[in-house]
Write a protein of this length. Structure first.
Length: 65
């Protein structure tokens, strides 16, 4: 079984963290904007679908009267 060496572990973590390529501010802003647009599109779609299904259920339940 491997021996746990906290100091060596944190040295390796620091080394690996140095290899990370962070996105630029421009890339981050573009990705954030794309996410907001997709959330807006999905929100509108779900709202329309909810209204449509509510109307259809109301129509079906009203037939019995």
């Amino acid at each position: 079984m491997a021996k746990f060496a906290p100091i060596e572990f944190f040295k390796q973590v620091k080394g690996e963290a140095g290899k990370i390529t962070w996105p630029t501010r421009k890339e981050t802003m573009a990705t954030t904007f794309a996410v907001f647009i997709m959330v807006l599109i999905v929100t509108i779609f779900l709202y329309v679908a909810d209204q449509l299904f509510g109307w259809l259920i109301g129509l079906i339940l009203d037939i019995g009267n």
